[in-house]
Design a protein around this ligand. Structure first.
Ligand code: 4NP
Length: 163
């Protein structure tokens, strides 16, 4: 049996709002499923605007209200991440363009997906909206989208990997 951990990297623009939320929610779901030994989970940004900073306090607050602690510090994605991770999961169409550009010369090409492909209620809108310049309600919306999508993503990976 292949027991190498399945490596999942969540990616947004700043790595202080959406991708730290997705990382923490996905980790929570994996732990609840008793699969934490089978996964390695991290997050990164397509920019270095907030490199070294902890998650945005509004993102941390909404996560805490839902029983989840955010961890880590912002870091920019690198080409070596694209070689190392099995699944690169981005938040919106701009992230997808930026990561695809970085992946152009990486072989084999990693699997790059948008998180909302796994949202049962996406109704065709595949972007996790950027909450940074909005209010509190935007963070609540993002939290709900991320929770639904992480359920779908875990189901997808379990089915692909027979877990
Ligand atoms: P994130 O949110 O990509 O979800 O971490 C943002 C954080 C910072 C900026 C934009 C979005 N910014 O422009 O600094």
């Amino acid at each position: 049996m292949n027991t190498d951990p399945i490596k999942v990297l969540f990616v947004c623009l700043g790595n202080i709002c959406r991708s730290p939320l997705a990382e923490a929610v996905f980790r929570h779901r994996v732990r609840a499923a008793g699969l934490e030994d089978r996964f390695e989970i991290d997050s990164a940004g397509t920019s270095d605007y907030h490199e070294g900073e902890p998650p945005d306090r509004r993102a941390a607050a909404v996560a805490r209200r839902h029983g989840i602690e955010l961890t880590g510090r912002s870091r920019p994605i690198t080409a070596s991440d694209l070689r190392r991770f099995d699944y690169i999961v981005v938040m919106d169409a701009q992230n997808l363009r930026d990561v695809r550009r970085l992946a152009e010369r990486v072989r084999p090409e990693p699997e790059i997906r948008r998180l909302r492909e796994f949202d049962a209620e996406s109704a065709g809108d595949l972007d996790v909206p950027d909450p940074y310049y909005g209010g509190e309600q935007g963070f609540e919306t993002v939290q709900r989208i991320v929770e639904r999508s992480c359920d779908g993503l875990l189901a997808h990976i379990r089915s692909e990997r027979s877990l």
